[in-house]
Design a protein around this ligand. Sequence first.
Ligand code: UDX
Length: 477
Amino acid sequence: MLTHQQLGTFVDAAASADGAQPREPLRIAVIGTGYLGAVHAACMAYQGHHVVAVDSDAGKVAALAAGRPPFFEPGLEELLAEVAPTGRLTFTTDYALTAGSDVFFLCVGTPQQQGGYAADTSYVYASARSVAPYLTSESLVVGKSTVPIGTASAVHAAMAELARQGVTVRLLWNPEFLREGVAIQDTLHPDRFVYGVQGATAEADIALLDRVYAASLADGTPRVVTDYVTAEMVKTAANSFLATKISFINAMAEICEAAGGDVVKLAEAIGHDERIGRKFLGAGVGFGGGCLPKDIRAFRARAEELGLGQSLAFLREVDGINQRRRDRVVDLVAQLSGGDHTGVRVAILGAAFKPHSDDVRDSPALTIATALQERGAQVRVFDPKAMANAKQVAPQLQYAVDLWDACVDADVVAVLTEWPEFRSADPVALAAVVRRPVVIDGRNALPGSAWTAAGWTYHALGRATAETAEPRKDTQS
Ligand code: UDX
């Protein structure tokens, strides 16, 4: 296998830095091949660059090299197939193949620390240390991972210690905002680029990254240049804002439930105010996934370390509201079943934290299924894409082979992830297979009036007037 050095492509120093397509492709290394790294590597190769993507997980690397993503992301398999014949994309476990790269992207995860709220940045430091020996004064390291305030400076210092003598280490922080399920679209056509720069090479660093993103910049994607700390904060601030918006509407849902309102109508009405906007006002079982929950906790943990806990104290409440929505469904199942969970058969529709993903990290659906089972209910879970991951993290649960199988003889059907096939399920046909036609619409995604007309007792979170309920419009994107 050729290293980037051997490939012989080189940076065309004459290319402009203001968004023009590079005359020569760049040599790019991507460290980490999870949701972020694999998609980023494939997209960069698609845009004409030569990409070497490194991961220490040999199984993941082998799967990606064979064109089979180890996770579900719409369009990624097709993109890998399109890029493969060009020879521009290599997956490897060998860091040495990154030698000669112009740009090294750090795309590793920063999960929640075991037993704490702070982010575990050990993979970021490990990847930075691994690339350090391959850096030259011409190459640029670009951090894309979500990191606590102060990480970029510390990573720069760690690499400077390990770089070869005389090499000026150049680091730019460029947070990623991709959403799972639409990650390719978000990578090729992002809302914005954020460049956090520092030091004497800042201008040259910006110019080099502009060349990587030339195609997207030429499309008019805005670019915000700032310092390291602000760039680090942009990502966690954005995710905190989104989480707050969801918890805000879920707090309204709690009030609606008690006072007899309809949170979907409420969201629609306030969303017409352009200053508020309708997006991310989808009430239901709340947010999960690998980003929003852990990012708000890590942000708060870092603020506390900085003696600024009070500034982000509200995020504790955002988290608390989010957790309460899960509890609410657990309670509702008992309420709808004579006050007790014991022996209640519950069909759980959904396991992924959101549709069009197989990611079950901090999934509301799996948390609810687990809590119900612990209280004596008999759950049967089905998800169109996340079954393998769900079985891995929650092997104690019962799994069905399809939507129908999950619903056979159910006392309560709970729709917890709004997959299209659940939204469009035929309530008349489903009523014939369940023991009792009782449905909990955990995402306000079903046509409530059609379910009611088919004889179902329909309960939606935050909607006391559910008989006339229409599903919420898609508010995620
Ligand atoms: C998020 C950010 O959107 C993205 O910019 C960042 O880079 C990573 O984190 P993602 O985790 O893929 O992306 O999911 P997102 O679409 O934001 O949804 C997060 C969670 O919020 C999901 O569980 C979703 O079901 C829930 N959600 C979203 C709601 O409950 N209501 C809404 O209105 C929107």
